[in-house]
Design a protein around this ligand. Structure first.
Ligand code: IMP
Ligand code: MG
Length: 202
């Protein structure tokens, strides 16, 4: 699996393929069971985060550069962007854990998709979840090489239980317990990103 830790999944879902993962999806997720975080709570919190971001960057001379970490943060970033009352540009980076097997190797491959120059710009990195902290720390290092004027992090979810590398999160949506989650952009085996709420698989 890409990111996260398969040991967090219920035993029935470990090592599942794309198709069996769908079959094994816990019934509450598809049949209206209670999400860990409802779509309504997410919408409210993301609007608040948009206000917090807009206040902090209200005096910028150039538009804020939102750098979205694909793919998981795409849904969050789209909503956050529409909650801003300041000008912002949109760029993307991609990062994935690599190595063989299903467990994350802890190493991260970075793909730079940013088009414009970042030197001297104010960057807000937008991530879905900070878990071990490895992914985001690699991305921060890569972006720092461009010497931005400032670099801050907005994470929809913070799961501190498994942190290995300390990461400063400037805007946090929700702090969650030690459970693997899906929905609102977050996937399991590439699926379930379309769910409007966030669901625990544990
Ligand atoms: P980290 O590098 O361990 O901090 O993991 C962060 C990345 O792993 C995120 O960008 C997600 O793509 C993925 N990830 C971690 N935990 C979860 C989860 O519970 N659900 C879905 N993806 C996750
Ligand atoms: Mg991700």
């Amino acid at each position: 699996m890409v990111g996260g830790d398969e040991r967090m999944l219920p035993s029935s879902m470990r090592g599942t393929t794309r198709s069996t993962a769908a079959v094994n999806l816990p019934a509450p997720v598809r049949s209206g069971g209670k999400p860990m975080i409802s779509a309504r709570r997410i919408a409210k919190r993301v609007r608040e985060m948009g206000q917090e971001v807009s206040e902090l960057y209200s005096d910028l001379d150039q538009p804020l550069v939102i750098v979205v970490v694909l793919k998981g943060a795409a849904v969050f970033a789209a909503d956050l962007l529409r909650s801003l009352s300041i000008p912002a540009e949109l760029e993307f980076v991609r990062a994935s854990s690599y190595g063989s097997g299903t467990a994350s190797s802890g190493r991260v491959r970075f793909a730079h998709l940013v088009e414009g120059p970042l030197t001297g710009r104010d960057i807000l990195l937008v991530e879905d979840i900070v878990d071990s902290g490895r992914t985001i720390s690699v991305i921060v290092k890569e972006l720092q090489r461009h010497h931005p004027a400032s670099l801050r992090l907005a994470a929809l979810l913070d799961r501190p239980a498994r942190r290995e590398i300390q990461v400063g999160i400037d805007f946090t949506g929700f702090r969650i317990p030690d459970r693997f989650v899906i929905g609102y952009g977050l996937d399991y085996a590439g699926l379930y990103r379309e769910l409007p709420g966030i669901y625990s698989l544990g």
